[in-house]
Design a protein around this ligand. Structure first.
Ligand code: 5RP
Ligand code: FE2
Length: 221
């Protein structure tokens, strides 16, 4: 398992002041940017131009989570926009292996996401192509939803697969991650934790980042 990383999602932050919102989380490892197209999910956020503007001012690398149709065609723009990591949804990709290789070749970490009802087993042979696997713990589309415990067995199975193959692919969880749920995710084998509302509804978001990190690290220790 890799070292614990906390990646706050700006989805529930103030979109009119994104640069300042990122400056409130200096202790974060990544900034998670949720790109939604109103087709793959019933919500609309921002596109590559906004992401590029944020990448220019953010001292922390961007972790793009693309909830968009036609990932094969649309994902490379987010590498060009300056994201250090680009996650596409397997449900939206026609050729995930080709896309992961393209993202890596363009200079970003390649990552693939699974919705709660998408099984991991068909993708076991694909794991070495990925720098990170994202297992969603809510149905994608909105921040502030309740953590789905039914996703925990899949996190466990993914961790077992990665360990069996000796692959260093990071295992990220996203959705409803908070001080109440992060230990369950860490116990199941996740090492990269997205937290949106938990961080941005806290009085001191950076303190919350540290508290989440401590909880997850205590499980790993
Ligand atoms: O991908 C997402 C939603 O589709 C968000 O990253 C996620 O929901 C983060 O917000 P919260 O921690 O409030 O659940
Ligand atoms: Fe996300």
């Amino acid at each position: 398992m890799g070292h614990i990383q906390i990646t706050p999602s700006i989805l529930n932050s103030d979109f009119a002041r994104l640069g300042e919102e990122v400056a409130r989380i200096p202790g974060a490892d990544w900034v998670h940017v949720d790109v939604m197209d109103n087709h793959f999910v019933p919500n609309l956020t921002f596109g590559p131009t906004m992401v590029e503007a944020l990448a220019r001012v953010s001292p922390i690398p961007l972790d793009a989570h693309l909830m968009i149709e036609d990932a094969d065609r649309n994902a490379p723009a987010y590498v060009e926009a300056g994201c250090g990591s680009v996650t596409f949804h397997v449900e939206a990709a026609k050729a995930p292996v080709r896309l992961a290789r393209e993202i890596r070749a363009a200079g970003a970490r390649a990552s693939m996401a699974l919705k709660p009802a998408t099984p991991i087993e068909p993708y076991e042979d694909l794991l070495p192509e990925l720098d990170m696997l994202l297992i969603m713990t809510v149905e994608p589309g909105f921040g502030g939803q309740k953590f789905l415990d039914l996703c925990l067995p899949k996190i466990r199975r993914a961790r077992a697969m990665l360990d069996k193959h000796g692959i260093e692919t990071w295992l990220q969880v996203d959705g409803g991650v908070s001080l109440e749920t992060i230990e369950r995710c860490a116990e199941a084998g996740a090492d990269v934790f997205v937290a949106g509302s938990a961080v941005y509804s806290a009085e001191d978001p950076d303190k919350m980042v540290a508290a989440l990190r401590d909880k997850a690290a205590a499980v790993q220790a």
